[in-house]
Design a protein around this ligand. Structure first.
Ligand SMILES: [Zn+2]
Length: 408
């Protein structure tokens, strides 16, 4: 190649990066051929399926003799594999050191970590419920431009109660504490103005084993909820204890970000309010299963929170899959699926990853493998209805018709 051509190629690459050539908007036509497909968690699976995606949208799904494979399609052989909708993790954090200065950091380590933490486990959409927006917003921008392969990121801004700096966060870390309803309202407006998608309240904040939990006043929580809801944005809460759960209910919070290890079960009155108010739950069971405590205490805590998940689901509550990954370093989702399976069926767990969050967060074109839906798809090495652990055996993760993870 001559010097001129080299320079021209370089200019083209820079230009392509600048204007976003090769982004999801230009995703090629894909044909996923020969797998078993679940259009939704409660559907009868379709064997020997063909799924075609064009320009980021599913344009056909049917059996091999019903669907014509376009001649320009990149064919992915799914023989022996199972195709389901792209997964949501509704409780993650982009707080690890690797995300620092995500706006200017080299793309390769960002993408590498994104793969280890999220895309290799099938996640095409995530809710980040607490991070530094000056890292997360540029990270999202670089993913959406196609520069870094990653999921669709929604991000929530955190608000702590006064004196509620949690024991597990570095003491020097500056945290937004709201002492009054006015302060909470102001913080909420600021977050939403900056382009964040929701709010995360610490209605109960853990101060250490020998110290009482600091709870947020209901009036403070409600001020944030009212502003967020007026703008159509959801509110998550870290409840920590019974008073924290009661504040969730009284303030009208949408999603409980954890089960509550310290409260035995959910009493019937709480379960009725969850149902009545449409409160959702991300269980984060493996977070508690990995607590550095004696095994018999951990086993008791896990029995308790599995029981909470079971009663929550049986009373009609919406379960949203969520692990707190990024805060915890356990990236493999197998343990979470196994623990959830003590309370829920395989199909209910698949719903917590797909249709439940799509419906709850009003993403009308996500959560199903159907014509006209976003081409967010996971190809699994086995049928998750036969064995729930197959949900963690991901062969391909496809977001908006573009392969963002492929098992080597
Ligand atoms: Zn968390």
């Amino acid at each position: 190649m001559t010097g001129y051509l080299l320079r021209a190629a370089l200019v083209y690459c820079l230009l392509a990066a600048a204007i976003g050539i090769g982004t999801t908007a230009n995703a090629q036509t894909l044909a996923l051929v020969g797998g078993k497909a679940y259009a939704s968690p409660d559907a009868v699976p379709l064997d020997d399926a063909v799924i075609v995606t064009t320009n980021g949208v599913i344009t056909a799904i049917g059996s091999r003799n019903e669907v014509q494979i376009p001649s320009d399609a990149k064919v992915i052989d799914c023989t022996g594999k199972t195709v389901v909708a792209g997964f949501w993790n509704s409780h993650v954090h982009f707080t690890q050191a690797v995300w620092k200065n995500a706006g200017s950091a080299p793309a390769a380590p960002l993408q590498e970590h994104m793969r280890e933490m999220l895309t290799r486990w099938g996640f095409t959409t995530v809710w980040d419920v607490g991070s530094d927006p000056s890292d997360t917003l540029p990270l999202r921008r670089r993913i959406n431009s196609g520069e870094v392969l990653g999921p669709d990121i929604h991000t929530a801004g955190s608000i702590f109660p006064r004196g509620g700096h949690p024991a597990y966060l570095p003491p020097e870390m500056q945290l937004p504490e709201a002492a009054t309803p006015d302060e909470a309202a102001q913080m909420t407006r600021g977050y939403l103005r900056a382009g964040l998608d929701g709010i995360k309240l610490f209605t109960g904040s853990y101060k250490g084993e020998d110290k009482p939990v600091v709870n947020m006043d209901v009036a403070v929580a409600k001020a944030a909820v009212d502003i967020a809801h007026a703008q159509g944005k959801p509110v998550f809460a870290h409840p920590q204890n019974t008073a924290g759960v009661e504040a969730v209910i009284a303030a009208g919070v949408d999603v409980m970000a954890h089960t509550v290890a310290r409260q035995p079960g959910y009493p019937p009155e709480q379960l009725a309010r969850f149902k009545q108010q449409g409160i959702a739950l991300t269980p984060t069971l493996s977070l508690f299963a990995k607590l550095p405590l004696p095994p018999e205490i951990v086993a008791r805590i896990v029995d308790n929170i599995v029981g909470q998940l079971k009663s929550f689901s049986e009373s009609g509550g919406t379960v949203l899959f969520g692990t707190d990954v990024g805060y915890i370093q356990l990236y493999d989702t197998t343990l979470e699926y196994e623990l959830m399976h003590r309370a829920l069926s395989e199909r209910q767990i698949l719903a917590s990853l797909t249709t439940n969050p799509a419906q709850y967060f009003k993403a009308a074109k996500k959560g199903r493998v159907e014509k006209g839906f976003d081409a967010d798809v996971v190809v699994l090495d086995g049928d998750p209805v036969a064995d729930v652990k197959n949900l963690a055996r991901v062969a391909y993760t496809i977001r908006a018709g573009k392969v963002i993870y492929q098992k080597l």
